[in-house]
Design a protein around this ligand. Sequence first.
Ligand code: ADP
Ligand code: ADP
Length: 216
Amino acid sequence: MRIVLFGPPGAGKGTQARRLVEELGLRHISTGDLLRAAVAKHTPLGRQAESYMKAGRLVPGRIVEGLAEEAMAAAGCDRFILDGYPRTVQQARWLDAFLRRQQAPLDAVISLDVTDEVIVARLSKRRTHRITGRTYHLDYDPPPRSIDPTLIVQRPDDRPDAIRHRLEVYHARTKAVEGYYRRQGLLHVVDGDAAVDVVFGRILKVIERAVVQPMT
Ligand code: ADP
Ligand code: ADP
């Protein structure tokens, strides 16, 4: 099972991917998480990516492709959810070519549909665990009191300027990826503006239909 979880920044991709990992045992491949880990370790790749990420700009494709390829290969090119990749039509083409070579086509692209207004409300109150990367929301999913509060931080790109820029990048470059997959018959749009559990139920339904019992 190979799934892409698609959507604007803050749509809930990471939150839902975590649930899917628990429910279906899939491997979660988040290019954002992989990039943040590289930045934290000060690897050469991380140093190249850092300034792009802080500003909410897309990191050059060749950097992200290397990370995505390594993670997919480590998963045996099966049973994974891609989160935050692909983010441009060019990346989607690269992914197609890579998976074709592995004879491992995508099963479904699930796009979480959320308005810009909701995104701003979610991202401005998103907080992230510095070590595990798990995300929280100050109102909807507050970090438990048992966690050392100094470990709960706001991502530098979750501040108003960077949020605005990331939304612009999404509309200018990323949204077109939907059309790319729609033309391949792989796209499933899910309304992401509901409680986490409700959205999760919607995603599971899509997976049941599209992946477990593909329509003939
Ligand atoms: P993405 O990975 O798409 O950027 P996240 O999963 O990190 O998004 O979610 C962004 C923020 O919104 C987080 O603070 C998360 O706790 C919160 N969130 C996610 N899904 C929902 C939801 N269905 N309702 C309310 N808040 C949500
Ligand atoms: P979100 O979904 O909340 O916007 P991510 O954690 O997926 O955030 O990504 C954070 C940042 O990492 C992006 O704003 C971008 O700078 C970089 N990034 C992640 N994935 C990609 C990608 N596929 N292509 C280019 N840059 C990426």
